[in-house]
Design a protein around this ligand. Structure first.
Ligand SMILES: [Zn+2]
Length: 222
């Protein structure tokens, strides 16, 4: 499939680590890979909001395509490793024993260089927080930064998103779409925990049409 024909990546999972699993999918019969090379990886990370635009631009300009492609290979490998972890644990509460499988992420995260700075708060954000917290909210705020030293650091926000899902989300609500051949994952954050489909427009409508055909067939046979 050429790049122009490729649709936009799916961000339907309500979680970036699961969105990453969905960065390869077969929604319409042909497999689509959104992390095919280094440029793909940067575009995906930027669209996901995991890498700031100025950082991805700097990597695009200053890093050799070969080095970025190498990181994309590692990102796909990390994605498939995490897919196996999610498939093994989804639908149940994560137990401390799951930690034995998480060495890979912890080793990656140990390389991270995150630091915080005090910066001015944007006026719009200040007004909004005054409404929610009263009139005393500061005009200054914490902001988190990361020192980006090497192309491999692009794996860090991915590892962090995985850690967020593991530590903050309810794994009982991590689900695979009910579409019979659908591989898409999501975190069900719906109020009554009744989400069934990746997207209504893809699998939900397909299921409705199949149920309709089955009813008609049953009616003919009756
Ligand atoms: Zn689906």
């Amino acid at each position: 499939m050429t790049e122009t024909a490729r649709p936009e990546p799916f961000f339907i999972a309500d979680d970036h680590a699961l969105d990453l699993l969905n960065s390869v999918a077969t929604p319409w019969g042909t497999e689509i890979e959104w992390l095919g090379d280094g440029r793909d990886l940067l575009a995906w990370l930027e669209q996901a909001g995991l890498v700031p635009p100025d950082v991805s631009m700097r990597f695009r300009e200053k890093t050799s395509p070969e080095a970025l492609d190498g990181v994309a290979v590692q990102a796909r490998e990390l994605r498939e490793w995490f897919r196996a972890f999610v498939a093994a644990h989804a639908g149940r509460r994560l137990e401390p024993s799951a930690l034995a499988d998480l060495d890979k992420i912890n080793r990656l995260l140990a390389r991270d260089e995150i630091y915080r700075q005090i910066e001015p708060r944007a006026i719009k954000a200040r007004n909004a927080s005054q409404e929610t917290q009263g009139a005393h909210s500061s005009s200054l705020q914490w902001r988190r930064h990361r020192r980006w030293r090497a192309p491999e650091d692009l794996l860090l926000p991915i590892a962090e998103a995985m850690g967020d899902l593991i530590c903050r989300a309810d794994f009982e609500r991590v689900r695979n779409c009910e579409g019979p051949t659908c591989t898409l994952w999501f975190h069900d954050v719906s109020k009554n925990h009744t989400r069934r489909w990746c997207m209504m427009a893809v699998c939900g409508n397909r299921a409705k049409a199949a149920a309709h055909r089955a009813r008609r067939r049953a009616a003919r046979l009756a």
